[in-house]
Design a protein around this ligand. Structure first.
Ligand code: TMP
Ligand code: MG
Length: 201
């Protein structure tokens, strides 16, 4: 079983690309679970409502809710049933988005028991392009979806991924995400091949 995680700022194509990768693996006869954080569980619902600005929590409570949603998420995944589990966002989102206001070491600590991904795919897209995509494709704008936030979050991602790579041996691949959907999908498949993640395909 391989646990693959997609990360990137809002509008970078995480849902589109994780879906296409799932389709590719299914076509090749693999057992695949595509899942997402925040989840559609009870804690995820609190988070979704916060992102939609319908309810509000203080920053610490929200950080803990994201982590609690993750433990709930993991408790419900039967990893052994699949060849691939793909998650659209995981704890690196918690580190990058919430470390704007909460101590990064604390965020790492509350995620200590979360299963380590075998590979993280970071979709690298300019914040300006992401905002355009969000405005174009959706009828509402969520909590972090503004240019200033996305610029800060992107800087945070690059810093945190680099340190996770060197200090925690996290396998991170950076994918240029501003090309066509098909090209990005091809690049992701090539990256997986290079990382020996596609056995018998
Ligand atoms: P989405 O836009 O991919 O649906 O993700 C929801 C938002 O929640 C996105 O702005 C990233 C943010 N987020 C966090 O701030 N912390 C987390 O731990 C996770 C999983 C997501
Ligand atoms: Mg979003």
């Amino acid at each position: 079983m391989k646990f693959i995680v997609f990360e990137g700022i809002d509008g970078s194509g995480l849902s589109t690309q994780s879906h296409l990768l799932k389709e590719y693996l299914l076509m090749n006869g693999k057992k695949v679970l595509l899942t997402k954080e925040p989840t559609d569980g009870l804690i995820g619902m609190l988070i979704r409502n916060t992102l939609r600005k319908r309810i509000k929590f203080d920053e610490m409570t929200l950080a803990l809710l994201f982590a609690a949603d993750r433990t709930d998420h993991l408790a419900n995944i039967k990893f052994a049933h699949y060849d691939y589990v793909i998650s659209d966002r995981y704890y690196i989102s918690n580190f990058t988005y919430q470390s704007q206001t909460i101590d990064l070491n604390f965020l790492i600590e509350i995620n200590r028991y979360a299963r380590k991904p075998d590979m993280v795919l970071f979709l690298d897209v300019k914040p300006e392009t992401c905002i355009e995509r969000i405005i174009h494709n959706r009828d509402h704008i969520e909590l972090y979806e503004n240019i200033e936030q996305l610029k800060l979050v992107k800087e945070n991602y690059l810093k945190i991924l680099k340190s996770m790579q060197s200090e925690n041996n996290l396998v991170v691949t950076y994918i240029k995400g501003d090309k066509s959907i098909e090209k990005v999908n091809k690049d992701i498949i090539s990256a997986l091949t290079e990382a020996n993640m596609l056995e018998n395909i």
